[in-house]
Structure formats: structure tokens, C-alpha cells
Design a protein around this ligand. Structure first.
Ligand code: PLP
Length: 337
């Protein structure tokens, strides 16, 4: 019951209702956003509006560019090494691997340069080792981390600020749910489909001075200089996904901005963690308390290894109570997001 009560904080249905209203006649244009040319003045207003609202929400400094691209989170963690490895002659980057997504990003970067894993290799992603133990390379072109590991539920509670090289963060699953100081980052990227809209668009926020060093093999649509120079319009952008994302930004601003999203994220996740922690080991969350995600909470039922029959029953009864898609990733099993 507590979970259902909390679900009232998840009210993006207002955005969907607005999209439905405007579906075939966007602002009296007589057409859908899907039919607008990406170079039309109506779409330019949508694109600029989305960027301006994102700038407001995150207080993005003027020396940062914002672009909206295709290719998803995977596209961006592939594009980043192609754009940034050549920032230093080392052609090397530091990767903090705390779960599947940062592991995949590191693997991708290793195709193009040298990757230094700053944490000891592990398959057990349940904590973030103390930063004093990280083996950082001061000559690295950048330091990469995933702010929230969507599969394993490891979330950084603080920005790793001590590094002297540009800090790059994958915020695909926690963007706009905690207040961040953008000026501490070289670049931030986030696929829209978790927190800010529907699949198809990925936002990139990048400090100006890091742009312009793409490797010659970088595909042109992933070259940040080309995309920044063309205001995300080098080729056709995912127009409808940008429109929906813009509506979500407006909605978040109306609710009270990132501070409100953070407050709700804390309330919602605490409701679940409270149940886990007071269940006398019936529900088991394997994560260190210091890195528990507010966005996605992996847990097992019955024991640390999980009782398959009980977990099946749980999923069924959750669905009956309209708590859907709780079945976690096959690597971790149960998860609430
Ligand atoms: N990074 C994180 C944190 C993710 O959660 C995901 C997808 O779930 C990705 C990257 C990959 O995103 P995409 O599926 O858009 O390539």
C-alpha cells in the first residue's frame, strides 16, 4: 500500500495527455509535430525551448553546449572516446566501472585508445570503493563514470571531484533527480527514455573547450563539433522525442524543478528501502548503503540468492496490484524503478 501511495509522485501522465491533445494538430498548425520539418520555425521553437528549459533546470553555465542526438546511451558512450581521447597525447582514459553500463562503456573506449580501470576488476557490483584507493592516471584524457548503474543499482551520492582531468558522466537513469553542479563536469550525457521522455533522443552537455578533437574515424553524426556547429541539426534529429522531452522539462519546471524531483526520489526510494530493511532478511538488497540508488532498487526475495517460487509469486501479485515491470535484469533479477 505504501508503494502504491508513493506512486502518485510519478505523474507524467499529464505530459502524455498534453501530447495526446496536440497529436494531430500541434498548436493550431493543423499538423502533428511528426509532420513538421526539422528546419521549420515551429520545430526550431520546440528545440530552442527544450534547450532553454534544460539550461534553467540544471543551471548550465554559458561555456557549455547542449546537443540532442540519436544513438541512445550506447551511441554516446561510443562517441565520447572518439571525441575526447585525443585531448591528451596519452590517448588514454580512466574508467570507474561500477556496473554493466560503465563496463560496456570501457569496453567500447578500449577499441580506440588505452583504458585504465581505476577500480579492481569485479563482477560483483555492490559498492563504490573509497576514492582514495582509485588508481587514477593524471595524464588521462578524461575520467568516466556512470552516475547511476541502472541494472545493478549503484548510484554515486557525490560527484567524484578530486580528479584533475575532465569528468564525464553517464546520467541516463538519474538525470534531473538530484541537484548537480554542471561546472564540475567536462561532459554529461543521458538517454531520454528513463527519466525525461521517450526513446530516440540522447542529450549531451559538453564544455566548449573539449570540442574539436574528434578522431578522424569518428562518424560525422557523432562529431560533437559538427553537431554543436549545426545546433543538433546536421542531419534529421529525433523530432518527436525532442518534443516529448521538452514537455517533460516544462512539467518538471512546473512541479518545482530538480529540487522537487529529488525530494520525490528520496521519498519513493525510502519507501521501498524501509520495507526491505525492516523485513528481517525476507527482502535482500545486496548493495552497500552508501551507494544505494534512488532510481532502481535491485532486491531478492526469501534469501540473498532468492527463492524462485516466491519471486514468481511476488511478480504476479505485484502485477495484480498494478505494479508492473518489477522483474529485474537477468543479471540481478528483482528490481523496483
Ligand atoms: N547507460 C545507462 C545508465 C543505461 O541505463 C542505459 C540503458 O538502459 C544505457 C547507458 C544504454 O542506453 P541505450 O539503450 O539508449 O543505448
Amino acid at each position: 500500500d505504501r508503494l502504491i501511495e508513493r506512486s502518485k509522485y510519478y505523474c507524467k501522465s499529464e505530459v502524455l495527455a498534453q501530447a495526446q491533445k496536440e497529436m494531430v494538430n500541434y498548436k493550431s498548425t493543423g499538423v502533428s509535430v511528426m509532420e513538421l520539418s526539422h528546419r521549420s520555425s515551429d520545430f526550431t521553437k520546440i528545440l530552442t525551448g527544450a534547450e532553454n528549459n534544460l539550461r534553467k533546470l540544471l543551471n548550465i553555465p554559458n561555456n557549455y553546449k547542449v546537443i540532442f542526438l540519436q544513438g541512445g546511451g550506447t551511441g554516446q558512450f561510443s562517441a565520447l572516446p572518439l571525441n575526447l581521447l585525443a585531448l591528451k597525447p596519452s590517448m588514454s582514459a580512466d574508467y570507474v566501472v561500477t556496473g554493466s553500463w560503465s563496463a560496456k562503456a570501457a569496453q567500447e573506449a578500449a577499441k580506440y585508445g588505452k583504458v585504465n580501470l581505476v577500480l579492481p576488476k569485479t563482477k560483483k557490483y555492490t559498492d563504490i570503493p573509497d576514492p582514495s584507493t582509485w588508481t587514477l592516471n593524471p595524464e588521462a584524457s578524461y575520467l568516466y563514470y556512470c552516475a547511476n548503474e541502472t541494472i545493478h543499482g549503484v548510484e554515486f551520492q557525490h560527484i567524484p571531484e578530486f580528479c584533475g582531468v575532465p569528468l564525464i558522466a553517464d546520467m541516463s537513469s538519474n538525470i534531473l533527480t538530484r541537484d548537480i553542479d554542471v561546472s564540475k563536469f567536462g561532459a554529461i550525457f543521458a538517454g531520454a527514455q528513463k527519466n525525461i521522455g521517450c526513446a530516440g533522443v540522447t542529450l549531451v552537455i559538453i564544455r566548449e573547450d573539449l570540442i574539436g578533437k574528434a578522431l578522424p574515424i569518428c562518424p560525422i553524426i557523432f562529431d560533437f563539433q559538427v553537431q554543436v556547429g549545426n545546433n543538433s541539426l546536421y542531419n534529421t534529429p529525433p523530432t518527436y522525442s525532442i518534443y516529448i522531452m521538452g514537455l517533460v522539462f516544462e512539467w518538471i519546471l512546473e512541479q518545482g524543478g530538480v529540487a522537487k524531483m529529488e525530494e520525490w526520489a528520496i521519498k519513493k526510494s525510502s519507501a521501498v528501502y524501509d520495507v526491505i530493511d525492516s523485513s528481517n532478511g525476507f527482502y535482500v538488497c545486496p548493495l552497500d548503503k552508501g551507494c544505494r540508488s534512488r532510481m532502481n532498487i535491485p532486491f531478492r526475495i526469501g534469501s540473498a540468492q532468492g527463492d524462485e517460487a516466491l519471486e514468481k509469486k511476488f511478480i504476479q501479485e505485484a502485477e495484480n496490484a498494478k505494479l508492473i515491470s518489477l522483474k529485474g535484469h537477468r543479471n540481478v533479477k528483482r528490481s523496483v524503478s
